[in-house]
Design a protein around this ligand. Structure first.
Ligand code: FAD
Length: 495
């Protein structure tokens, strides 16, 4: 355990408030920070890299890269308000309680998180801090609707999205976002911190994150810029064009929301303001906010039903005959399946740390249904490579596609990667961007290069099996195999 301890006891009688920052790396709409500022006490801000507490899942590579950049941005933003960000590493409960003791914090505050393992850490810490005579407060900040507050008529949790979201909407307009504090009073004790580099979040050898550097601006300013751009350029066509990976219509806010650089309250309020000025945007805004609702739904599922990462939500999938096929898995990971839309998505993911939602569905379906590979293998790959890798949304989405999840896609929905490409990338712009070796193919053959006559392939400089793979599996054969396997599972008893 490495704990960043202040090197001297608090010199003044003015005991500080300790703000423990977690998935909320922002200053605006930050209830814990607003509360700390309002006490008039000095404020100490702390972030802890915890990879060791029980139940904590190690952060994936792309998210580590994101965190490094985001923490640097947050530290600079806090400095402008008058305080430093202290960094530490170790079991969070022990670290926070040790720092609180060392600075003799009057109060310790944080914004709530909802994964069961995180709640356990926070609850235990709360008891420890209170036993030491410190006040503890926590706040709602990262979900518009807290899991305890949204229940079915019978008082249980929702398992189906549509009634869940209807209940959320019926709960009323989310609160207004809080303004960022104008200034924070620094604590005048000497606060030691690990240097950011000591957290070793960035990749070293090789440095594989150049594509991430040129794609993203982690931090609150980057999040605000994305939101502004989406409101100006994406929202007006969102409901009709959000499924098009060739167009830049979706908000790309997911990594910013994942790391809490922007709050869902801020996003919802900004969208509502835009609709108030331009009522014709209402339908697009409803669709967009429903997607934010899917994010909430996943967090609620994780809160109520526990680990979605290892356990099938529907236990009848426990006996599903998943296949171990390292060759298929590796081809999928590297974008070498021979299906251009799948390969484009997997290469986009590797290069930029993200993938368009429609393509995520197609590649996840391809792995679990064409490959019959366990959704957990795909989830793990996404966890490591996505900058928005979310411990609730990622497994919930994988289970949704695989059919084992809550309100899941029916098992017989097996995406055809060719027709999905033709429908959602009609001019082949997306495939040509990420699979450049196919760029010379006419659009007619682009999503299924093996259908192109030999002369057309030759004219495009393609030698199938050499410059680009032949399909790893035949779609029709894979589809029949998957239907048979999934149909057997569908008749089994449901949890
Ligand atoms: P927009 O369309 O602009 O949507 C706005 C916001 O709503 C997003 O930023 C996101 O927070 C939320 N959202 C949108 N679609 C979904 C969805 N289907 N489910 C839940 N929330 C959604 N999203 C993650 O944030 N983290 C993940 O780890 C993740 N893993 C996924 C794995 C699979 C197999 C699939 C099919 C989807 C996954 N998603 C995940 C959901 C979705 O693909 C991304 O949230 C979306 O592509 C992000 O792009 P955007 O910000 O432009 O979305």
């Amino acid at each position: 355990m490495t704990i960043a301890l202040p090197s001297a006891p608090a010199p003044s009688a003015d005991r500080p408030v300790l703000v423990w920052l977690r998935d909320d790396l922002r200053l605006a709409d930050h209830p814990a920070l607003v509360h700390a500022a309002a006490t008039g006490r000095p404020v100490v801000a702390l972030w802890v890299l915890d990879e060791v507490s029980p139940g904590v899942r190690p952060i994936g590579g792309a998210s580590r890269w994101w965190l490094h950049r985001s923490l640097a941005a947050l530290a600079a933003d806090l400095r402008r308000l008058g305080i430093d960000l202290a960094l530490a590493r170790g079991p969070a409960g022990d670290v926070v309680s040790a720092v609180a003791a060392r600075i003799d914090a009057a109060e310790v505050v944080w914004n709530r998180r909802y994964l069961p393992a995180m709640i356990e850490i926070d609850t235990e810490l709360k008891a420890r801090l209170r036993a030491a005579g410190r006040e503890v407060r926590d706040f709602q900040a990262s979900l518009l609707h807290e899991p305890d507050a949204v229940r079915t008529g019978g008082g249980g949790p929702f398992r189906v999205f549509t009634p869940f979201w209807r209940a959320c909407l019926a709960a009323g307009t989310p609160r207004r976002p809080l303004p960022r504090p104008a200034a924070l009073r620094p604590w005048d004790g000497a606060m030691a911190s690990l240097p950011l580099d000591a957290l070793e979040l960035l990749p070293r050898r090789p440095y594989w994150a150049a594509g991430l550097d040129s794609t993203w601006t982690p931090g609150e300013a980057g999040a605000e810029a994305r939101l502004a751009r989406f409101l100006d350029e994406g929202l007006a066509t969102y409901a009709v064009e959000r499924d098009r990976p060739d167009l830049d219509v979706a908000s790309r806010l997911s990594p910013h929301l994942r790391h809490g650089e922007i709050s869902p309250f801020r996003v919802a309020a900004a969208v509502a303001e835009r609709v108030a000025r331009h009522p014709r945007l209402a339908g697009h805004a409803d669709k967009f906010l429903a997607e934010v609702g899917w994010r909430e739904f996943a967090h609620h599922l994780a809160f109520h039903f526990g680990d979605l990462t290892t356990r099938n939500f529907q236990s009848r999938f426990d006996a599903f005959p998943w296949v171990r096929d390292e060759r298929f898995l590796a081809a999928w990971q590297r974008g070498r399946t021979g299906y251009p839309l799948v390969d484009a998505g997997m290469r986009e993911l590797w290069a930029t740390g993200t993938m368009h939602n429609r393509v995520r569905m197609v590649v996840a379906s391809f792995l679990t249904k064409h490959g019959l590979i366990d959704w957990r293998d795909g989830e793990r790959w996404f966890h490591d490579t996505l900058v928005d890798a979310c411990p609730a949304v990622n497994p919930a989405s994988w289970q949704w596609v695989a059919g084992s999840g809550a309100d899941a896609a029916p098992y017989f929905r097996i995406f055809n990667p060719v027709s999905q490409g033709e429908k959602f990338d009609p001019d082949g712009v997306y495939v040509r961007r990420w699979v450049p070796e196919l760029a010379g193919l006419p659009t007619k053959h682009l999503q299924a290069p093996w259908t192109a006559p030999a002369a057309v392939l030759a004219a495009a400089g393609i030698d199938l099996g050499r410059t680009y793979p032949r399909p790893i599996v035949d779609h029709a054969v894979a589809r029949e195999r998957a239907l048979a396997a999934f149909a057997a599972t569908a008749t089994a008893v449901t949890r």
